[in-house]
Design a binder for this molecule. Structure first.
Ligand code: GCU
Length: 611
């Protein structure tokens, strides 16, 4: 059936095969020669995008071309008629990475193009090296220039991209200029309307990476169901073909060699040592893995485990697993978040899940999160659901939009496929059932199946109500390994909390079910001690959680929960002047980390479940 469906999806799939979606450069893995360009960058607003094009689509006026490699103050000191209407050297500055909406009051609601500049030197450039800029996330479109030369562009706010700058780089006084356009539109992924904040800007780190002339662009390794360590290594450069490569796992006394083929790719297929300890939430064993070839080496910290669905069960290392989790937006704790997800910020959130909630799982919604979250989840032992922002509605009939979504899916898979914690790829959230929408998601699912057959495919689906019976009639189901649905009965709609006891779930039971969202708003510290607490109070939210957990308990193939949401988060859709003020208050904790009563309800539920 699955092969038939994959065939069906392929029949409707777009022209570009999954293998052709591999970004030309990846530079995944931890390597030595990296210069982090985080820090103070200057910026120049460009509300009418005059730095890109002039009126009527004419070429931008040179006096407005932000990317020009020119010392404007020095030019102005000379005689002559020339002048400029920008100067990134003397412009205001802000801390990068981080969204501009949180950086300056005047930029709080700015949604458009801003140019950023970073000057930098290159310590002791070595002859024969190649140089790359790796952007880990720029929301939403990026136009990149180095020393006045355009070096590349990218669309998509949540996935990395790598640009080679070997020719454009100089030893001193490099001028990196990045145009960032946060504007989304009917053809972007996600579309224009979401339930989260703008967060425009260079929101994740930018790094200068220098490599030997032939380098390791990507390397993977995973534990197969047959008990072998299988993987690949891709070289890039003139000497990529027919080259010796190796993989070494400290602590397992394992070292294996391989030879690359004509395309520079080598494959590993090694019997897993008997001493190998598998990764699990209870025992998140990570190993230092070193891939090497010639003068280059890449280090990874990796866990090894197997994952499968068998009937209505999810199996991790062959054992049943129930997902005890919560949904999370990429937004750090604090009253003015800038989507600056540092390791300590990620650890603060994920520790609340692991030890606060007694959780073993996180739904990283609604888009690929900062790679740091995945690495901390690997370390803490939290299974991860990763999601592509095909959210609510996109332009289903537009092949170019489908290609964008498939590219984002591929960019995420190539970035995260070495993370043991990552178990589920979600191809969307709450999209209304229609033929064009199902074809779109099915093509995405087929792309996932081709690029990463080792993980499970899901999507957060909408349910239908017939009185008190909840049903699901979604033709996407056969393409999914794990069924997931969002439900808000008792918060949205007319159900009282007492009504939830009447709800009957009439869903398929032939595959695992995750309730990917349920939740209710509460303002932390707002209480209602009455017999029937009103909405917005912590007491109502706690009662909603107790009633919902009771309603869900009877579902026979329920294998996971990720209530909406760990932490209150910023959203322009939430403007109640007493309870919201621009925050979605469904968090189990407030934006500053204050636990609400519902947090304890969930923690108790998971503690009992984990016994
Ligand atoms: C939806 C959606 C979330 C949203 C939530 C809410 O299900 O998936 O992104 O924030 O409901 O209404 O709070």
């Amino acid at each position: 059936m699955r092969k038939l469906l994959a065939l069906l999806a392929l029949v409707t799939a777009p022209a570009i095969a999954a293998d052709d979606l591999r970004p030309p450069l990846l530079l995944t893995g931890q390597r030595a020669d990296v210069q982090d360009l985080s820090g103070r960058w200057t910026y120049s607003k460009d509300y009418y995008r005059t730095g890109l094009t002039d009126i009527n689509g004419w070429v931008a006026k040179s006096r407005m071309q932000r990317h020009r490699d020119v010392d404007i103050a020095a030019e102005e000191a000379k005689p002559g008629p020339g002048f400029f209407e920008f100067d990134l050297d003397r412009g205001p500055g802000m801390q990068i990475p981080g969204a501009w909406n949180a950086a300056e009051p005047e930029l709080r609601w700015y949604n458009g193009l801003i140019w950023f500049q970073r000057r930098f030197d290159v310590p002791a450039p070595k002859a024969g090296t190649r140089s790359f800029l790796r952007f880990e996330g720029v929301n939403y479109r990026a136009y990149v220039y180095l020393n006045g030369k355009e070096v590349g562009r990218h669309e998509g706010g949540f996935t990395p991209f790598v640009l080679e700058v070997t020719e454009a780089l100089r030893a001193q006084g490099n001028r990196l200029v990045v145009g960032v356009d946060s504007k989304h539109d009917a053809q972007s992924i996600p579309g224009e309307i979401t339930d989260w904040d703008l967060y425009g800007g260079i929101t994740r780190p930018v790094k200068l990476i220098q490599t030997p002339a032939t380098f390791i662009d990507d390397a993977t390794l995973r534990l197969t169901d047959a008990g072998r360590l299988a993987g690949s290594l891709q070289l890039n450069g003139a000497q990529a073909a027919n080259a010796q490569v190796s993989v070494q796992i400290e602590g397992l006394n394992l070292k294996a060699q391989a030879t690359t083929d004509a395309k520079g790719e080598a494959r590993f297929d090694i019997a897993a040592p008997a001493a190998l300890k598998r990764w699990s939430p209870e025992s998140p064993q990570l190993y230092a893995v070193r891939f090497a070839s010639g003068a280059d080496a890449v280090n990874e910290r990796m866990g090894f485990r197997t994952l499968a669905v068998k009937g209505a069960d999810i199996l991790l290392n062959g054992k049943l697993v129930t997902l005890r989790g919560v949904s999370i937006h990429e937004e750090e704790l604090g009253s003015n978040p800038a989507r600056r997800m540092t390791e300590s910020a990620a650890r603060a959130l994920l520790t609340e899940v692991k030890t606060g909630l007694n959780g073993n799982y996180v739904r990283l919604s609604h888009y690929p999160h900062n790679e740091t979250m995945l690495r901390v989840a690997d370390e803490l032992g939290l299974i991860v659901w990763s999601e592509i922002p095909v959210y609510w509605t996109v332009d289903w009939d537009n092949p170019a939009v489908l290609l964008k979504a498939r590219r984002q899916q591929a960019e995420t898979i190539y970035r995260d496929r070495n993370r043991a914690a990552l178990a589920l790829w979600s191809v969307g959230n709450e999209t209304p059932v229609a033929d064009n929408r199902t074809r779109f998601h099915a093509a995405l699912a087929a792309t996932v199946r081709e690029l990463d057959p080792s993980r499970l495919i899901s999507a957060a689906l909408l349910v239908e109500r017939e009185g008190y019976t909840v049903k699901i009639a979604d033709p996407l189901l056969p393409h999914l390994d794990v069924m997931a649905v969002n439900t808000y009965a008792g918060w949205y709609g007319n159900d009282t909390l007492q009504d939830l006891a009447k709800v009957r779930w009439d869903l398929p039971t032939d595959k695992p079910l995750v309730i990917s969202e349920f939740g209710a708003d509460a303002l932390a510290g707002h209480h209602d001690l009455g017999a029937e607490p009103k909405k917005w109070s912590e007491e109502f939210q706690a009662a909603y959680y107790r009633a919902t957990l009771k309603m869900l308990a009877g579902i026979p193939n329920l294998r996971g929960l990720s209530p909406w949401v760990l932490k209150d988060f910023k959203s322009p859709r939430r403007e109640h002047p007493v309870f919201q003020n621009g925050w979605n208050r469904k968090g189990l904790i407030s934006e500053t980390g204050q636990r609400k009563q519902a947090f304890d309800v969930m923690a108790e539920h998971y503690k009992n479940q984990a016994r």
